[in-house]
Design a protein around this ligand. Structure first.
Ligand code: SF4
Ligand code: SF4
Length: 344
């Protein structure tokens, strides 16, 4: 979704938008916002755990750390370059980098985004989620007891306690949790999922994976920490019962609103005019008499081609029989002054 700020054009999945088409941008922002509400209501913080840039970049930085320890700064620089390439043609940006001929603003923004991404994903990481992100604070308004969340099965896990692999937990009056603390150690926000749902949980599922590994080693059933709903845990619902509860009123309302926004945007885009015209009467001269006893009226015509293709336009005027027009380029290359002439 690159933005060409110089030419004031925004490319969104093949669609070319201009500042005058801001209504489309608004709708395009409303769609992810409502999708976020919908998906959070159905399945908790899917966005935070799997898709949001903070998580993706942090995983990327961790990957770099694991493979090439110490090269986080280069990853930040590359991110800064590609980010600036979203707002300016990236081919010419790459050529300027190759010639060491970057302009002062481009250099500033490449370095700025490099420090921003390094600071976010290489240094602060999940502290951003804990202390800066407002989404964690208001997500509880979207969750209910039928939302799929990452949760610890208290009934199965408690009382927790260490034991040998061969020991029978029932004989020791213990649950499945061996209190190894690995789920806390792998948690990027450092919380203990066994204390229940907490706003710091970003839904990354790292605790599920590590706990399943522990259960496997102990020859216990997996799923002590798992995706489940609060009602599912409390009432012991089966998977099909939980699935039926997905279609509840708030999910249906969010889905209908989302569908309406998508449909309205689709219809507006399909019916969009391929050009825009502004006609402004020349304020310097009202009607005046010219040769051959004609009265001349001058209008300034601004035609904007809203497509990426070459377009031809024919300008005509009507209202009087045989009304001729003459067009001449004005001082501005894309503007034309149009004279409509009529017999006096
Ligand atoms: S990883 Fe599983 S077994 Fe270990 S402390 Fe966490 S919940 Fe208990
Ligand atoms: S490791 Fe578990 S408790 Fe920690 S953030 Fe990820 S999903 Fe939440």
């Amino acid at each position: 979704m690159p933005f060409d700020l110089g030419k004031r054009r925004f490319y969104v999945f093949g669609l070319v938008l201009y500042p005058q088409s801001f209504i489309y941008m608004t709708a395009l922002l409303l769609i992810p916002a409502h999708s976020l509400f919908l998906f959070t209501t159905v399945a908790g913080r899917l966005w935070c755990g799997y898709a949001r840039p903070q998580t993706v970049y942090t995983e990327l930085f961790r990957w770099v750390e694991r493979r090439i320890e110490g090269d986080r700064i280069a990853t930040g620089l590359w991110t800064g370059f590609t980010f600036v390439g979203s707002f300016t043609p990236i081919h010419s940006l790459a050529a300027e980098v190759g010639r060491l001929a970057l302009g002062p603003w481009e250099t500033f923004w490449v370095l700025f985004y490099r420090f921003a991404t390094y600071g976010n994903a290489g240094f602060m990481r999940e502290q951003v989620c804990k202390y800066m992100c407002p989404y964690a604070r208001f997500q509880s308004a979207m969750l209910d007891k039928d939302t799929l969340i990452i949760t610890y099965d208290q009934a199965c896990g408690e009382p927790r306690g260490s034991r040998s692999k061969k020991a029978d937990p029932k004989a020791l009056n213990l649950g499945a949790c061996i209190d190894c603390n690995l789920c806390v150690q792998v948690c990027p926000t450092g919380i203990d999922i066994r204390k229940g749902l907490q706003y710091e949980c970003i839904g990354c599922a790292a605790c599920i994976d590590v706990c399943d590994d522990v259960m496997k080693k102990m020859n216990y059933a997996p799923g002590l920490v798992r995706y489940d709903t609060q009602n599912g845990l409390a009432q012991g619902l089966t998977a099909s019962q939980r699935l039926r509860r997905v279609f509840r009123p708030r999910v249906i309302v969010y889905s209908v609103i989302l569908l309406l926004i998508c449909s309205a945007l689709g219809v507006r885009i399909a019916l969009r005019s391929p050009f825009k015209v502004d006609v402004v009467r020349d304020r310097a001269a009202l009607a005046r008499l010219v040769e051959d006893c004609y009265v001349e009226n001058v209008y300034r015509l601004q035609v904007m081609n809203a497509t990426e293709r070459l377009q031809h336009y024919r300008v005509t005027a009507d209202g009087l029989p045989g009304l001729p027009t003459q067009a001449r380029p004005s001082a501005f290359s894309r503007r034309y002054s149009v004279r409509s002439l009529r017999p006096s």
